[in-house]
Design a protein around this ligand. Structure first.
Ligand SMILES: [Zn+2]
Length: 154
């Protein structure tokens, strides 16, 4: 099952990680707590650690974050929403733009990534909005360790 999230301004790293896992995640640090009231009809799941925002959101779906370490925050989201390892689509979304990234022909990225990366990788993806190029080693290895940690708890 696919979920979409909206994350409050105090949880920027968590928001980035939800995008790494492949989730459509709104993170707009300039949005004030009061504005969450107007957005509470969105079919998104709110993730917050603000009592004020939680109140503005009312009874709609949300996760109230109580931990500080990132791994515990992610574990809390995964446990409360019921996300499994099979549900996630890691590295399928631009972590800056929140858009799905597309596979791009290797020849098109020549000169756009370091030469040694081009020579040692075959699969590249690009964000159509910001034009950032992603490849399997760009953040994948450290991230895979984190993903293991997140789903290891059960
Ligand atoms: Zn982008």
């Amino acid at each position: 099952m696919r979920f979409c999230f909206i994350v409050d301004r105090s949880l920027g790293t968590l928001a980035k990680w939800l995008r790494i896992l492949g989730y459509d995640t709104i993170y707009e640090p300039e949005v004030s707590a009061g504005e969450f009231y107007d957005r509470s009809e969105d079919p998104r799941i709110l993730i917050t650690r603000s009592k004020e925002i939680q109140k503005a959101w009312g009874s709609h779906d949300h996760v109230f974050i109580s931990s500080n370490p990132l791994v515990e925050q992610l574990q809390q989201v995964v446990a409360q929403i019921g996300i499994t390892r099979e549900d996630i689509r890691p590295f399928s979304r631009c972590i800056h733009c929140n858009l799905a990234i597309d596979r791009i022909n290797k020849n098109e990225v020549y000169g756009l990534v370091p030469d040694y990366i081009w020579e040692t990788h075959d699969a590249f993806n690009r964000c159509n909005q910001c034009k950032r190029i992603y490849w399997s080693g760009s953040h994948a290895e450290r991230s895979m360790d984190m993903i293991k940690l997140i789903f290891d708890v059960k």
